[in-house]
Design a protein around this ligand. Structure first.
Ligand SMILES: [Ca+2]
Ligand SMILES: [Ca+2]
Length: 583
């Protein structure tokens, strides 16, 4: 995503707070007909546009990772990571690289020109082919000056894939291009420029249908590439409107499946995940989502298609050339980067999640816009109060330091709410959330609801919820509920109910209900792999075959769970947070 839901767990807690109311296979005997690499969400910024690394203080006081960001993108290390990746691609026998969007950090000319030059130099040296498609961060024409629009994008990348197109769509950067041995790439630009969302317009859908007809006529199999998800990748992804999945993705995915476009390669969420769905007519479609190359765990895919199987392998950038880093790192940072880059990347990732707590108060304005609260109104001020309270709670240490009488830890908050926090090595709620959510980024996540991590998450979320709700004056709560039109749906809180004792009881039961009804189902697919097949190393059915596949398919024909006030409310909040944590 921009949009990564950066820390979904963090978002879940925020939402909740506001809501009282296949087997790894070898490549067999046959040479693959087609093989390619996939790397996504490069979010490139030239080093010249970055403030010196030792002056960046996004996470104050952290000796190793104070230069992190809320996306946990390894911006300073990007050149070294990309160069390592390209040298591996160069050494492989694959001819093609697919980049499904978010090539630039935020659509600025210098970012696009910088990464384009790197790719251009690579192409000139190796003669390999690179195909790209814009993501929501690439064409943001109204956001500010110095950003390119569609024609600028097509200009910058005119010799990177766009010189190899068979057919082009007017009005977007969509195209088709020939691959090897009967496969053809269908690269779809469904981004809504200036917004972070994604939609396939009727005109674009018609163009896609024409490409399907042409491909059939030519005897070619289409492989799709698009930035946003074609299918959901975790339990509640679809309720984020068009910010994570393509708008109306159920009917689009059904259509694609029935048109025989069996595989789509996507990015956007910064997680490694593969999900599948079957249309009513029985046609299967896969969405192979690849994480961000410059974000933990720095994964990319090696893919091969043959008549007998589609094989997907996941590899990682696990070392980089420190001589390519800018000046300004301290000795401890350089030593960790050089000796254990995966540990450095994971630490940086966790630090990024922690830095979210500092961003929360600043985010009030953006969230207020999404909720349609104008600045200067009571609703706006009420939201600010809630956000500050939440930020404070999320920054507290998990456990009490002996000798501090104040309530200054999650443990003490929990005690007041009658909740016991288990002992662990986690230092705070966001530290725990980062540990859990990093599993979703990595893929093949397999925590269960009875794992110590999830139990502790439940205990601490309940505690933080009760704390935040108790600290929000009744006035604030009611202004918020009212502003979100919740009071007429049973979420009104009367002053009487809000008496101290009753308030505690009310908030405790509210926290329990919220956890059971919302947090737990929302965590489905984040703590465990939600949809078949596995996410990382799999051998899947080729075109023209349908293999038995155990595990859950994503529902694309059932709308029923969409409804209900709780989920609509959730969606509004996620949309708000998407805007401020722009993935
Ligand atoms: Ca999966
Ligand atoms: Ca997964």
């Amino acid at each position: 995503m921009k949009k990564t839901i950066k820390s979904v767990v963090c978002i879940l807690m925020i939402n909740a707070l506001l809501l009282p109311a296949i087997i790894v296979a070898g490549f067999g005997g046959n040479e693959p007909d087609l093989s390619f690499f996939v790397a996504s969400d490069i979010h490139y910024r030239p080093q010249s546009s970055l403030m010196p690394v030792d002056q960046n203080n996004s996470l104050p006081g952290d000796p190793l990772f104070s230069h992190t960001n809320t996306k946990s993108a390894l911006t300073y290390e990007a050149d070294a990571i990309i160069d390592e990746f390209l040298s591996r691609f160069e050494a492989s026998s694959s001819k093609y690289l697919l980049i499904p969007g978010d090539i630039s950090e935020d659509g600025h000319w210098d970012e696009h020109l910088g990464i384009a030059q790197k790719l251009r130099d690579f192409k000139a040296r190796t003669n390999k082919k690179i195909f790209i498609i814009p993501g929501n961060h690439d064409i943001r024409t109204s956001a500010s000056q110095n950003r390119l629009d569609l024609s600028g994008f097509l200009d910058v990348y005119s010799d990177i894939g766009y010189d190899e197109t068979l057919a082009r769509h007017e009005g977007s950067a969509s195209y088709t291009a020939e691959l090897e041995d009967g496969y053809r790439l269908l690269a779809i630009d469904a981004c809504i420029y200036r917004e972070d969302g994604s939609r396939i317009s009727p005109d674009l859908l018609k163009w896609i249908e024409e490409q399907v007809t042409t491909a059939k006529r030519d005897g070619k199999k289409l492989i799709g590439m698009v930035h946003h998800s074609v299918l959901g990748h975790f339990g509640i992804q679809s309720i984020a409107g068009n910010l994570l999945c393509i708008d109306n993705y159920r009917s689009n995915a059904t259509q694609f499946a029935d048109w025989g476009i069996k595989y789509f390669f996507t990015g956007h969420e910064h997680a490694n995940d593969i999900s599948t769905a079957v249309s009513k007519k029985g046609n299967r479609i896969f969405d192979v989502e690849t994480g961000s190359l410059i974000t933990y765990p720095n994964a990319y895919r090696e893919v091969s298609f043959s008549d007998t199987a589609v094989n997907i392998e996941t590899k990682y950038i696990d070392r980089i050339d420190v001589s390519l880093l800018p000046d300004g790192y301290n000795g401890a940072q350089l030593s960790l980067i050089e000796n254990d880059f995966p540990a450095y990347s994971l630490g940086y990732y966790k630090a990024g999640i922690k830095s979210c707590a500092y961003e929360i108060p600043k985010a009030t304005k953006k969230l207020a816009e999404k909720l349609k609260f104008s600045e200067g109104t009571k609703e706006f001020d009420a939201l600010g109060e809630v956000m500050n309270t939440l930020s404070e709670a999320l920054r507290m240490p998990m456990y009490d330091t002996e000798g501090t009488p104040e309530t200054d830890s999650v443990e003490e908050i929990a005690e007041k709410a009658g909740i016991t926090i288990e002992r662990s090595s986690y230092t705070g709620v966001l530290d725990l959330a980062a540990a859990v959510y990093s599993g979703h980024y990595a893929g093949d996540e397999n925590l269960d609801f009875y794992s110590p991590e999830f139990r502790l998450l439940g205990q601490s979320i309940n505690a933080v919820l009760v704390y935040a709700l108790m600290n929000v004056p009744v006035r604030t709560a009611n202004i918020l509920f009212n502003g979100m039109n919740l009071t007429d749906r049973g979420f009104a809180v009367s002053d009487k109910i809000y008496g101290t004792v009753a308030k505690t009881l009310y908030m405790k039961s509210a926290a329990k209900v919220i956890f059971k009804e919302l947090i737990r189902p929302a965590a489905d697919g984040i703590i465990n792999d939600w949809s078949a097949p596995g996410d990382l190393n799999v051998s899947l059915e080729p075109y023209g075959e349908k293999w038995a596949l155990s595990g859950l398919s994503v529902a694309i024909t059932d709308f029923s769970y969409f409804f209900g006030i709780i989920f609509r409310f959730f969606a509004a909040l996620i949309n708000g947070f998407k805007a401020l944590v722009a993935v």
